[in-house]
Design a protein around this ligand. Structure first.
Ligand code: SF4
Length: 264
């Protein structure tokens, strides 16, 4: 049974333009693949109600099956060989920041208009190709807390610097790298998630130091996760993740609870 709600964002695109757009005369439109209300399934905020926004496009793969091997070889990333996310621009709806925030607010209030969800997760594809300071400012203005999920190939400063040169940053950054650490430019993150077996702690020791420590049970520690790859290799990947976590206890095994719960 699925308790999450996926909305056709095309509905939002057919609405009348907002009377007072938060982005003024700015014409940028974000290519949005889906907006849905669900529970965060992974990591430190696992189980928390959230509105997920999938931004179209990725810099590792076109999203087309015929390009998997080509893009994996071209980018030096294994993930195009197994990625199962539909982030293709085909079928995406293009929304201004104000219309996108309005749609997020509508979805956030559906379950309980008295206590709407105030946690947004920007995901992709690679959301840093589109997400920017204007969107962050617009979501913060409506009281949303913002988490992002990135592959670490675009710097926060590059993605989230506004026209005046000021940073408007998301509140929580999760990085799941798909390239070797010397090719990653992300300045910091709150959670580092490695998809095993292709991505291992020993290959990301220096990058892991960019993870911001957080206080847990009176001590500061980093959120470092080993996530078994989904699909045909899952059983083997799970055994490996457990073995790695037992040998390297700073790392924890990440369970995709949304899949256990049967939600999107
Ligand atoms: S970076 Fe992420 S979204 Fe893009 S192809 Fe790799 S796994 Fe898929």
């Amino acid at each position: 049974m699925s308790v999450s709600t996926t909305h056709e964002v095309g509905f939002a695109a057919r609405r009348e333009p907002s009377a007072a757009p938060v982005d003024g005369e700015r014409k940028k439109r974000y290519a949005i693949k889906a907006i849905w209300r669900t529970l965060q399934g992974e990591g430190a905020w696992s189980g928390r109600a959230a509105v997920f926004v999938r931004l179209a496009g990725c810099n590792m793969w076109t999203g087309e099956a015929r390009d998997r091997a080509r893009d994996a070889a071209r980018n030096g990333a294994a993930c195009p060989l197994w990625c199962d996310t539909d982030f293709r621009k085909a079928g995406a709806v293009r929304l201004t920041a104000s219309d996108l925030v309005a749609e997020i607010q509508r979805v956030a209030a559906e379950a309980n208009p008295e206590v709407p969800i105030r946690f947004v997760v920007l995901t992709g594809g690679e959301p840093f190709l589109q997400a920017d300071a204007v969107l962050v400012q617009a979501l913060h203005a409506e009281g949303f807390e913002i988490a992002v999920e990135t592959n670490g190939t675009v710097a926060l400063a590059e993605a989230f610097t506004d026209a005046e040169g000021a940073l408007a940053l998301p509140d929580w950054v999760v990085c799941s790298p798909k390239l070797p650490e010397d090719r990653l430019v992300l300045e910091w993150m709150d959670e580092l998630k490695l998809v095993v077996p292709d991505y291992r702690p020993e290959a990301y020791a220096r990058f892991a130091e960019r993870t911001r420590p957080h206080e847990v049970a009176g001590r500061t520690r980093r959120h470092l996760w080993l996530q078994p790859e989904d699909g045909p290799r899952q059983e083997k990947a799970t055994r490996l993740a457990i073995a790695l976590a037992l040998r390297q206890p700073d790392w924890r095994v990440s369970v995709q609870t949304h899949k256990l719960l049967g939600i999107d």
